[in-house]
Write a new protein. Sequence first.
Length: 281
Amino acid sequence: MVRRVIAKLRKTVNLAWHSDTEDASGVLHGNADVAPCLTVVMPVYNEAATVSHVIANVLRQRPVQQVVVVDDGSSDGTWPVLEKCAAVDSRLCVVRHPRNFGKGMAVRTGLARATSQFVIIQDADLEYDPAEYYLLLGPLVSGKADAVYGSRFLGAGAHRVLYFWHSLGNKVLTLFSNMATDLNLTDVETCFKAFRRELIQNVRLKEMRFGFEIEITAKLSRMGARIYEVPISYHGRTYREGKKANWRDGLSALRCIVKYNFFDRAIGLGRPAVAKDERVT
């Protein structure tokens, strides 16, 4: 049944793009080559120092039709910054959780409000570059992919040199995830993930924190979704600069690999859940 749903979605997706979106070889050279088609979901927690800059950068990109920013109970003045941003551009929708639920819940809230043909997840810091949206959109626009992951480990673009143990941990988690899903990803924990909206809104996600990266991958694999990877640049942050993922999230990811590949195998078609008592601007 799930595979029939995916097949139906592929047939109904409109791929009637403007003639200027690709050159004769079908290769996209930048965001300017992609017609507006994208909802950017941006989970935010205590990012008052960077969020306005990131939002402005995102809104400058031609593919962006909608930006949904979810403030996951920030306590550093992020919400007033978001309200000011929302008053400037009608494409921006900002939502506030009454308390901190976790990144996974913020992503679920944002996905539920997405309306464009494609959806991408963008952190509210400066680690991932919105100018590279076209890299992830290429396989989607061409009809080859249902989901595209931006890999930090495929060797293209600039990469800030940071934590060895973080890098090793990511590779170990990717290895174990691949063993469970029989995929050959290089970066399962990347934030930069893009999807066909109709597909991702029909996946019931449960994880509240960073475990949703593993959960999404397990469920997409079980659905038979066509997953691509593309190389991206990565400008990582230190903990002093605001990085939040830690070793506990790595242990949780291991738990999710076991849970969603061997025990909780239900995909649960339906729109993502949203938090109660949200504020929307």
